[in-house]
Design a binder for this molecule. Structure first.
Ligand SMILES: [Zn+2]
Length: 199
């Protein structure tokens, strides 16, 4: 968790839930950088807005599903999924709805806005400059950068690559150095973002 900047699995899950991207859960990596455990999100089929906690996954798509939504479908239990994937899997604790929509602190607000605006803003030099100023002031909001860059499609990355590289060179030094280190783990969210930023 630490190398990606997430203080806890809860923090990582919260960020991913707010990101405009499809995801399954978060990974816990051991000291050698190996995937030790997958913490599967406990939201049922996130796009549908079903309020029940997921308990199984669809056997083909691995989409998390609750008891009701999985009715009649071919599913895997979490232990069966772990066997299939060859890595430990457990369900994330259910987050209280009030937790997801409670008044966020400034870091959280900034993080979410950066994630949301990245795709449309990154080509604008003024937006990039403002982003770097915000990141210097609120380094915790770097997660918004990781989420926003991570959510880009491959096509977006190609189209926006010059702007992404420009942003990479403009980042505050401490963030740039963290991202540079993250390239050693190219499949981590920070590693993906670093490479997409030309670092
Ligand atoms: Zn459901």
């Amino acid at each position: 968790m630490d190398p990606d900047g997430y203080g806890s699995e809860r923090a990582a899950l919260t960020r991913y839930r707010e990101a405009p991207a499809t995801y399954f859960g978060v990974g816990h990596f051991d000291e050698a950088g190996r995937l030790a455990e997958i913490i599967m999100d406990s939201e049922c089929a996130p796009a549908s807005g079903c309020p029940h906690p997921a308990v199984v996954v669809h056997a083909e798509t691995f989409q998390p599903l609750c008891d009701t939504c999985s009715f009649g479908l071919e599913v895997l239990t979490v232990p069966e999924l772990a066997v299939r994937l060859g890595v430990a899997v457990r369900l994330a604790p259910v987050l209280a709805p009030s937790g997801r929509h409670a008044a966020p602190d400034e870091t959280c607000t900034t993080t979410n806005r950066i994630a949301r605006e990245l795709q449309s803003g990154v080509e604008d030099p003024v937006w990039r400059m403002q982003l770097c100023t915000e990141l210097a002031r609120t380094p915790g909001a770097v997660n918004g950068l990781l989420i926003g860059v991570g959510a880009l499609s491959h096509r977006d990355v190609l189209d926006l690559y010059p702007a992404l590289c420009a942003l990479g060179t403009q980042l505050p030094v401490s963030i740039y150095e963290d991202l540079q280190r993250a390239t050693g783990r190219p499949l981590s969210p920070a590693g993906v973002a670093a490479l997409r930023l030309g670092i």
